[in-house]
Design a protein around this ligand. Structure first.
Ligand code: TYD
Ligand code: MG
Length: 453
């Protein structure tokens, strides 16, 4: 006789894995005694889905291109033009970087036109009110609620026709259906899942704040990336004045779009023209510095790359990279050795991107290689020279997108020499604007250009 299925569901308190029978050790993450019985409401969406016939997409009513604009120009940019109704945005970053500040400012601005609610389980109402006044938003209509229980929050949604909500933070939320504490992966995922489904059902936009630990582990927020529509992460270090907000995922805009803010005494202020703020402006010409003409999303920006190559006293020389991927640095060193004869095997190598920035574009390769060669051969690079281009394993300099925009930005900031891939075929007009272009095909050419300058 077939067994009747027991409709009990167990959820791992550590990783959130679901199981229909109790076991001592979670089969997914291997934690012992972590399975707890899930209460009503969890997992039963297997049976409760209403059977709807497929619909013609062109007949489905949409809200058109409606977006809630926060008025913080840089935030609206990374979002792709504002917050889309019914979307869920995850705003992640290290503690103290400015997540709550940005969310409070954005919501404060929106509260003038829409029904909004700031839900915090991290700060008291008084703390929130103090910050609100400090941000100069005292005259706005924003309502706040200090609660970390998911059920209470969902209940509150029935009371008003809310349009935009901030939840600060997902790690402090808990659902009664799980018996693990707030912050566990199971809770974070369960709460986010239910908020996302609520957002879609009611057309409410949510901004979920998520903490990323100092070590860079995105444990909690990382597991939510596939659930939400947009993922924004704060970059830059909390001690510097400037903060970058980067779109890692965006269903309603382009990824890698960057918003730049300055932290001031009255909150985060958008930096409209950030191109030059990451250049040191040093007057002394020193070896090991190269300027990278970057293009993050739709914004060109000039960024300073620093390298230090120094005789090593260790058998296994150090390779340290801040702001530029370590594996890529190792690859560059191998390319330089094999295809340009630059032997750094007995040298310590350090690379740093100025201003606490992180470059994600492969187009930074050429600038990093140039800085390395410059430091190694003790030949400073002229301050009015900028670089972009990707490096291939066979020593070739590969083209990258948006060469013209990078060239135009370099000219705008007073650069007169651009070292770029020849395959980018920069149009003659960029040269006409007082810009000399050295079009490279191989890394060996780069070596000659820098070491003999
Ligand atoms: P906060 O938004 O609380 O960070 P998070 O929510 O990401 O943990 O920002 C905290 C930092 O910002 C704190 O160090 C103080 C600073 N700050 C200012 O410099 N000016 C301001 O107007 C505000 C509100 C905060
Ligand atoms: Mg906070």
């Amino acid at each position: 006789m077939a067994k009747t299925r027991v409709e009990a569901l167990y959820i791992c308190n550590n990783c959130g894995a679901k199981s229909y029978k109790w076991v001592g050790q979670c089969g997914t993450c291997g934690t012992w005694n972590s399975l707890g019985l899930a209460g009503p409401g969890v997992g039963d969406n297997r049976q409760s889905s209403i059977n709807q016939p497929p619909q013609k997409l062109s007949d489905v009513p949409t809200s058109g291109n409606q977006r809630y604009q926060t008025g913080l120009t840089e935030l609206d940019r990374v979002l792709g033009g504002g917050i889309v109704p019914g979307s869920v945005v995850l705003l992640g970053g290290e503690p103290g970087i400015g997540k709550s500040t940005l969310a409070l400012q954005a919501l404060g601005m929106l509260s003038a036109s829409y029904e909004t609610l700031y839900i915090s389980a991290e700060e008291s109402l008084e703390q929130l009110a103090l910050r609100y006044q400090r941000l100069g938003l005292g005259h706005q209509e924003l309502h706040a609620l200090c609660d970390g229980h998911l059920e209470n929050i969902l209940g509150e949604l029935d009371n008003k026709d809310y349009r935009v909500l901030v939840v600060d933070s997902v790690q402090t939320l808990s659902a009664r259906t799980l018996d693990s504490g707030p912050g566990s992966v199971g809770q974070v995922r369960e709460c986010a899942e239910r908020l996302v489904s609520e957002a879609k059902k009611r057309g409410i936009a949510f901004i979920l704040i998520g903490h990323v630990t100092k070590e860079g582990a995105l444990a909690g927020p990382k597991t939510l990336e596939h659930l939400v529509d947009t993922v924004l992460y704060f970059e830059g270090d909390a001690t510097s004045r400037y903060r970058l907000v980067r779109a890692w995922k965006n269903r309603f805009g382009s990824v890698n779009e960057v918003g730049v803010f300055a932290m001031t005494t009255s909150g985060l202020m958008p930096v409209k023209n950030p191109s030059a703020i990451f250049l040191s402006g040093a007057k002394i010409l020193s070896p090991g510095t190269a300027v990278f003409a970057s293009q993050d999303g739709s914004r060109p920006m000039l960024i300073e790359v620093q390298a230090l190559v120094d005789q090593s006293s260790l058998g296994n020389p150090r390779r340290l990279s801040v702001g530029y991927e370590g594996h890529r640095l190792n690859m560059l060193l191998a390319i330089l050795h094999r295809h340009a004869g630059v032997n750094l095997l007995d040298q310590d190598v350090f690379v740093n991107i100025a201003g606490g920035l992180r470059v994600v574009e492969t187009a930074a390769d050429l600038a990093v290689a140039a800085a390395l060669i410059s430091s190694f051969s003790n030949s400073p690079i002229d301050r009015k020279t900028a670089f972009f281009g990707e490096m291939g394993l066979s020593g070739e300099v590969r083209p990258v997108p948006r060469g013209e925009e990078r060239a135009a930005e370099s000219v705008k900031l007073g650069f007169n020499h651009l070292i770029a891939p020849s395959a980018n075929k920069l149009r003659p007009q960029s040269r006409a604007e007082g810009l000399t272009v050295s079009a490279l095909q191989t890394v060996a050419e780069l070596y000659t250009l820098i070491s003999e300058s």
